[in-house]
Design a binder for this molecule. Structure first.
Ligand code: SAM
Ligand code: SF4
Length: 336
C-alpha cells in the first residue's frame, strides 16, 4: 500500500492549510494579544529557518496547499525574505501568505513580493494616531499606513485588513475602517477577541463585541449582502452594494466554524497545534532534530508524525469569556 499523501482527521476533515508562527517576538504589544512584559522563547527553543523549510516541504508533501507565515510579527524575524523565497518554490504549494502588523512593510513589501509571497493580511485596529498607539502600546500608525501603501504598490492581490474591535476602545471606528478599506480596495475582516493568554489591561468579557453587533453598526450605513466564501475559512463574507471589496467576520464565539476546519498551526517552537482553542499538540521539533535536517529519514519521520497527529485533532473549540482563560498561550506564540 502506498503512503497516504493527505492529512485527514478522525472527523473526516482534510487539513490543507497550515499557519506557521515564525517568531513569538513582536515590535508591538497589542493589548488583546500580549501583556506589557512578555517573556520570549530562548533562541535554542525556536525552530531555525532551515527547520521551518524542512517542515514546510513535508507539510506540502503531505497534501498541504496553503501556508501562512505569522507570529508574533513575522517581519521581525531576521531572514524572513529568504524564508519566503525557500518556501515559495515548494512544488505543490498553491498559496504562501503572511499576516503582519504592517510596521515594516514599507521596506519589505517589495522584497517579499519578489521572493514569491502571494498574499498579505495586515492588522489595523484604529485610524487615530493616539488610539493606535494605545491599542498597540508601541506601534506607529503612520508606519503601518505607509506599509499598506507599499503592499498595494508591490502588487499583492487580495490584501486583507484585520481589525479586532473592543467595546469602548475602537467600536466607534467600525465605519471609518469600512470606508478606509473601500477607498483602498482592500478586504476587511472583523475578528472577535479570543481569550488566549492572561492579560490584565482590560476585561475581555467587558470588551467583547459580537460580530452581529458590528454588522448592525455597518448596516446603519450599508445594506450588507452575504457572499459565498471561497476560502473555506472561518470568515463569513459580505459585500455592500456597489463596493468591490468584501467585509468579513471571524466569530469564534458566536459562530462555531469547527465543522469545516481545514487548518492546523505550528508554534514558534515547532509544536503542531491541532486546534486554536485546545492544547492537543505534537512536538515536531523533536522529530526534526532527531537526525540530519533534510535527510530522507527525517522527512519520513516528520510525515509519519503529521499523519499520526491527525488523530489528536479535537472536534471543536469551546471559548468562554466568563471563565478563567483555559488557554494560557498567547496568540503571538500560537500563530494567530
Ligand atoms: N503580528 C501580526 C499581526 O498582528 O497581524 C501577526 C500575528 S497576530 C497574533 C495575528 C492576528 O491575531 C492579528 O490580526 C491580531 O489582531 C489577532 N489577535 C491577536 N490576539 C488576539 C486575540 N486575543 N483575539 C483575537 N484576535 C487576536
Ligand atoms: Fe504583535 Fe500581532 Fe500580537 Fe499585535 S497582534 S502584539 S502586532 S503579534
Amino acid at each position: 500500500m502506498g503512503v497516504q499523501k493527505t492529512l485527514v482527521d478522525d472527523f473526516g476533515r482534510q487539513v490543507t492549510y497550515v499557519r506557521i508562527s515564525v517568531t513569538d517576538r513582536c515590535d508591538f504589544r497589542c493589548v488583546y494579544c500580549m501583556s506589557e512584559d512578555m517573556q520570549f522563547l530562548p533562541k535554542s527553543e525556536v525552530l531555525s529557518l532551515e527547520e521551518m523549510v524542512v517542515l514546510a516541504r513535508n507539510l506540502v508533501a503531505s497534501g498541504v496547499t496553503k501556508i501562512r507565515l505569522t507570529g508574533g510579527e513575522p517581519l521581525v524575524r531576521p531572514g524572513i525574505v529568504d524564508l519566503v523565497k525557500s518556501m515559495a518554490t515548494l512544488p505543490g504549494l498553491e498559496e504562501l501568505c503572511m499576516t503582519t502588523n504592517g510596521g515594516r512593510l514599507q521596506d519589505l513589501a517589495e522584497p517579499l513580493r519578489k521572493a514569491g509571497l502571494n498574499r498579505l493580511n495586515i492588522s489595523l485596529d484604529s485610524l487615530d494616531t493616539e488610539r493606535f498607539r494605545e491599542l498597540t502600546r508601541t506601534g506607529r500608525l503612520g508606519q503601518v499606513l505607509s506599509g499598506i501603501e507599499a503592499a498595494r504598490a508591490a502588487g499583492f492581490e487580495h490584501t486583507k485588513l484585520n481589525a479586532v474591535i473592543l467595546r469602548g476602545r475602537n467600536d466607534d471606528e467600525v465605519l471609518s475602517l469600512v470606508e478606509f478599506a473601500r477607498a483602498k480596495g482592500l478586504d476587511l475582516s472583523f475578528i472577535e477577541e479570543m481569550p488566549l493568554g492572561i492579560i490584565t489591561e482590560h476585561n475581555r468579557a467587558e470588551a467583547f463585541i459580537p460580530s452581529a453587533e458590528i454588522r448592525s453598526l455597518i448596516a446603519e450605513r450599508y445594506k450588507l449582502e452575504a457572499v459565498g466564501d471561497a476560502t473555506g475559512g472561518p470568515s463569513r463574507y459580505y459585500r455592500a452594494p456597489g463596493h468591490d471589496n468584501r467585509i468579513g467576520f471571524i466569530s469564534p464565539h458566536s459562530h462555531n466554524f469547527c465543522g469545516d476546519c481545514n487548518r492546523v498551526r505550528v508554534t514558534t517552537e515547532g509544536r503542531l497545534l491541532l486546534c486554536l482553542g485546545n492544547e492537543h499538540s505534537m512536538d515536531l521539533r523533536r522529530v526534526l532534530r532527531e537526525g540530519d535536517a533534510g535527510s530522507e529519514a527525517v522527512d519520513a519521520r516528520v510525515q509519519a508524525a503529521l499523519r499520526e497527529a491527525m488523530a489528536l485533532k479535537p472536534e471543536k473549540h469551546h471559548f468562554d469569556l466568563d471563565e478563567e482563560p483555559q488557554i494560557l498561550r498567547f496568540m503571538s506564540a500560537t500563530g494567530g
